[in-house]
Design a binder for this molecule. Structure first.
Ligand code: ZN
Ligand code: FE
Length: 255
């Protein structure tokens, strides 16, 4: 039986996700920024938490961890510290590590840039990846700790996943990301169509997450550093992909 997924909102724009295996009845959650929101989601689904997966040390992903661990007794997995420790981790994960969730393989991708400790969780059999604050729908995370080159390398790891991969990111930033994307990739018809779709979803109060890797490759400017049209628009025809990405990130920071 396939895994089931339940996404829930907390804070102004965060998403948490529950992952449930109906055979074993085990449940994992990705990040715990808000223990109350997590408890409500567990109550709503009737699922019992067994694992917590943490993407990075920022407060909006970890603030509810102590409380959630105490009330559920779940095992907590998170990144190897890069200087900012996350209290309460039972297991530290590095790039290439794998672990089992209810018999399903989970692969760990280290994707530094937003923070240096950032990890993402990829479930190859389900075809799902949790990208934290690395890859957003039509966007990518701000570079608080890493360099642009580091982030570009991280994004390339995600770009190598199959196009049909379902992408859960940790924030609903899509409308603002779309507004920026159309300014740097103006000839992109897929992007224009998606921006309209996103505006309709948000007007109806609906989430734009999850997305798919193929959709991101076609419309997310931060994954399109090699696009001839985007390069021409930026006047960077002869630059490297990493240089184009660096420029895009700087432009978004000023937007
Ligand atoms: Zn963050
Ligand atoms: Fe965040």
């Amino acid at each position: 039986m396939p895994l089931e997924f339940h996404q829930f909102a907390y804070n102004d724009d965060n998403y948490g996700v529950l992952i449930h295996d109906p055979v074993s009845a085990e449940t994992a959650c990705v990040d715990v920024g808000d223990a109350t929101a997590l408890a409500k989601a567990l109550d709503h689904t009737g699922w019992t938490l067994s694992q917590i997966w943490i993407t990075h040390h920022h407060w909006d992903h970890t603030d509810g961890l102590d409380e959630a661990k105490e009330t559920t007794g779940a095992t907590v997995l998170g990144p190897v510290s890069q200087g900012k420790d996350i209290a309460g981790l039972d297991r530290h994960l590095a790039d290439g590590d794998t672990f089992a969730f209810a018999g399903h393989k989970v692969q760990v991708l280290h994707t530094p840039g937003h923070t240096t400790d950032m990890i993402n969780f990829y479930l190859p059999e389900a075809g799902v990846v949790f990208t934290g604050d690395t890859l957003f729908a039509m966007g990518c995370g701000r570079l608080f700790e890493g360099t642009p080159a580091m982030m570009w390398t991280s994004l390339q790891k995600l770009m190598a996943l199959p196009e049909e991969t379902v992408v859960y990111c940790a924030h609903e930033y899509t409308a603002a990301n779309a507004a920026f994307a159309v300014t740097v990739d103006p000839g992109n018809a897929a992007l224009e169509a998606r921006a309209k779709g996103v505006a309709e979803l948000r007007a109806a109060g609906k989430p734009t997450v999850p997305t798919r890797m193929g959709i991101e490759l076609a419309t997310n400017p931060f994954l399109r550093a090699s696009s001839a049209g985007l390069r021409a628009h930026l006047g960077m025809t002869d630059a490297t992909d990493a240089e184009v990405f660096t420029r895009l990130r700087a432009l978004k920071d000023q937007a």
